[in-house]
Design a protein around this ligand. Structure first.
Ligand SMILES: Cc1cc2nc3c(=O)[nH]c(=O)nc-3n(C[C@H](O)[C@H](O)[C@H](O)COP(=O)(O)OP(=O)(O)OC[C@H]3O[C@@H](n4cnc5c(N)ncnc54)[C@H](O)[C@@H]3O)c2cc1C
Length: 459
C-alpha cells in the first residue's frame, strides 16, 4: 500500500449488516464486469460475419448508450433467428443486420437511423411544440442542465449528435469526480444522469446533430435546426463540448473503426486482447486509456512528441503508468504510416532521431486534444480567437447592458447560454462542466421570468 500499488481499499465493516461495505464490494464487482467482460444477455443483436468499420461504429454507439449488445455470425442460431425475422418482415438482409429491442431487423443502419429507431425522433414533438429549454449536447454539462432544468419544472429537450455522455462517456474510469471514491466509468455516470433527467421529464434525442440555431426576436423562441426538422425553445444551453483533433495520416484515417480509434473506445479494448497496442497523446485521457488497455493488451506503448509526460498528465496517472509493467512511454515518437489487410496490422513510427521503425499493432488509440464543436453556431454568438463561446464578462462590451456584462454563462444572444468545455475559459473537467450545466438553469429561469414580465410584441 505504501507504494500506491492497490487496486481497491475498503475500510473494515462496521457491523454484520454494513450496507456501506456491501455496496462498495457490489459496485467494484459491477464496474469490473462492465469494463472487462462482454454482456451475457443482450437487447440488441447484430449479425455480422466480418469486422468492418460500420460494425465498429454501431458497437461503439450502443456500448456508449449502455445497451447490452452481442454480435453473432450468420451461422449461429441467434444470428439465423435475426435473419429469419428480417426475411419474414420483408426486410433486406445485409450485414451488419441489427435487431434492436422488438423492432424489425434493419440492414446496415447508420448511427442516425439506429438512434431514431431506438430512442425516438424529435419529429414526435410536433410542429407547434415550444420547449422552455433546449440543451444542445449531452455530455456532463448538457446532462446537468437537463437534470436541473427538468427537475425545476422546465420542459426540457436534449439534442445530441452521437451517444449520450460526451467525452466523459468515452472515459474508462473517471477517478476524480466528487463522491465516487473508487471512480466510475464515464458511460455509467452518463447513463445514470440520463435516467435521472428522464425521470424528471427531460426528453432525449440521440444521434441527431444540430445543424443550426436561429435566434428568435427579443422574447421570442429560438429555432434549432436538425436535418429535416426544427425544434423551437424559449431558451438554449449550448453544451456541445469539444471533439478530437485528427492525426492527419490518410492511411490511418482509412482504418478508423478497424483497429484505429479516436478516444478510448471502450468496446474496442476487448478486441485488443493479447496484442501490442499504441496510444498517441500525453494528456490524462491518453493515460486513462493506456491503463484501461493494459487490462487486455500484451503491451501498451504511449507515443508522445515531448520528452516526458510531466507537463501534460496528472501525477497520480504518471505513477500508475510507471508502476504498470505492461505500459511503456516512447518520447519524441510519432505515427507516420500504417496499414493491414482488413484491419490495422502495422504502424510505421518515427523516433527521436528521425529513424523509422515498422511495428506490429493490434490497435491504435488517438487522444490528441480537442477543438470546440461550434460549426453549427451562428455568427451572432460571439466566439474567442480559438472558437470557444464567449460568456459573461468576456462578451464584447457592445453586448453589455450599459456597464453591466451579461450573466456569467450568458452569450452575446439573450436567452442563449453556454456551459462546459465549449465555453471560453472553461476548466475542461467533468465536475466543472456539470457544475456549469447546473448553474445555467437559474439563469434560464431569470431570463424566462424577465420575458414573461415584459412580453415583447412580436414583429
Ligand atoms: C477519454 C477522456 C477521459 C477523461 N477523463 C476525465 C477525468 O477523469 N476527469 C475529468 O474531470 N475530466 C475528464 N475528461 C474531460 C471531461 O470528459 C470533459 O471535460 C467533459 O466531458 C466536458 O463536458 P461537456 O459536456 O462540456 O462536453 P462534452 O463531454 O464534449 O460533450 C459535448 C456533447 O455535445 C455533442 N455535440 C457536439 N456537437 C453537437 C451538435 N452539433 N449537435 C448535437 N450535439 C452535439 C457531442 O457529441 C457530445 O456528446 C476526460 C475526457 C476524455 C476524452
Amino acid at each position: 500500500m505504501s507504494t500506491g500499488r492497490v487496486d481497491l481499499s475498503l475500510v473494515i465493516p462496521r457491523g454484520v449488516r454494513d450496507e456501506e461495505f456491501h455496496n462498495a464490494i457490489t459496485e467494484s464487482l459491477s464496474d469490473w464486469g462492465w469494463t472487462t467482460g462482454g454482456p451475457v444477455v443482450d437487447v440488441v443483436q447484430i449479425v455480422a460475419d466480418d469486422e468492418t468499420a460500420e460494425l465498429g461504429a454501431l458497437r461503439d454507439f450502443l456500448d456508449r448508450m449502455g445497451i447490452p449488445t452481442r454480435v453473432y455470425p450468420s451461422t449461429h442460431p441467434a444470428g439465423k433467428d435475426v435473419v429469419a425475422r428480417a426475411i419474414s418482415a420483408g426486410r433486406p438482409v445485409e450485414q451488419p443486420l441489427v435487431a434492436a429491442f422488438d423492432h424489425d431487423p434493419i440492414s446496415r443502419p447508420s448511427i442516425g437511423k439506429l438512434g431514431r429507431v431506438m430512442f425516438g425522433d424529435p419529429d414526435a414533438l410536433g410542429d407547434g411544440y415550444v420547449a422552455d429549454l433546449a440543451v444542445i449536447g449531452a455530455g456532463p454539462a448538457g446532462l446537468a442542465a437537463a437534470v436541473y432544468g427538468a427537475s425545476e419544472g422546465l420542459s426540457t429537450v436534449v439534442l445530441e449528435s452521437e451517444a449520450i455522455g460526451g467525452q466523459a462517456g468515452t472515459s474508462s474510469m473517471i477517478r476524480n469526480y466528487l463522491g465516487f471514491p473508487r471512480g466510475i466509468s464515464g458511460m455509467r455516470l452518463a447513463q445514470r444522469a440520463r435516467f435521472q433527467a428522464s425521470r424528471f421529464g427531460a426528453r432525449f434525442f440521440a444521434a441527431r446533430p444540430v445543424e443550426g440555431l436561429v435566434p428568435g426576436l427579443p422574447g421570442e423562441p429560438h429555432t434549432i435546426r436538425l436535418e429535416g426538422f426544427e425544434v423551437r425553445a424559449r431558451s438554449v444551453v449550448i453544451a456541445s463540448g469539444v471533439s478530437y483533433r485528427r492525426l492527419g495520416v490518410p492511411a490511418i484515417e482509412d482504418l478508423v473503426g478497424l483497429g484505429v480509434n479516436y478516444g478510448a473506445a471502450m468496446s474496442a479494448a476487448r478486441s485488443c486482447a493479447g496484442t501490442d497496442v499504441f496510444v498517441v497523446g500525453g494528456g490524462n485521457s491518453a493515460g486513462q486509456a493506456a491503463m484501461h488497455l493494459s487490462r487486455f493488451a500484451r503491451s501498451v506503448s504511449i507515443l508522445i512528441r515531448r520528452e516526458s509526460l510531466h507537463e501534460t498528465m496528472s501525477d497520480y496517472l504518471i505513477r500508475e503508468i510507471e508502476a504498470n509493467p505492461r505500459i511503456v512511454v516512447r518520447p519524441r515518437t510519432e505515427v507516420v504510416d500504417g496499414g493491414g489487410g482488413t484491419r490495422l496490422e502495422w504502424l510505421k513510427l518515427k523516433g527521436p532521431d528521425g529513424e523509422l521503425t515498422k511495428v506490429h499493432a493490434g490497435g491504435l488509440f488517438l487522444l490528441l486534444g480537442a477543438k470546440p464543436c461550434v460549426d453549427w453556431i451562428p455568427d451572432v454568438v460571439g466566439l474567442d480567437e480559438r472558437g470557444f463561446v464567449l460568456t459573461g464578462r468576456d462578451v464584447p462590451p457592445e453586448h453589455w447592458d450599459g456597464d453591466v456584462p451579461p450573466a456569467a454563462l450568458a452569450t452575446t444572444v439573450p436567452g442563449v447560454f453556454a456551459a462546459g468545455d465549449v465555453r471560453s475559459g472553461s476548466m475542461k473537467r467533468v465536475a466543472s462542466a456539470s457544475g456549469e450545466g447546473a448553474a445555467a438553469v437559474p439563469l434560464v429561469h431569470a431570463y424566462l421570468d424577465a420575458c414573461a414580465a415584459e412580453p415583447v410584441p412580436s414583429a
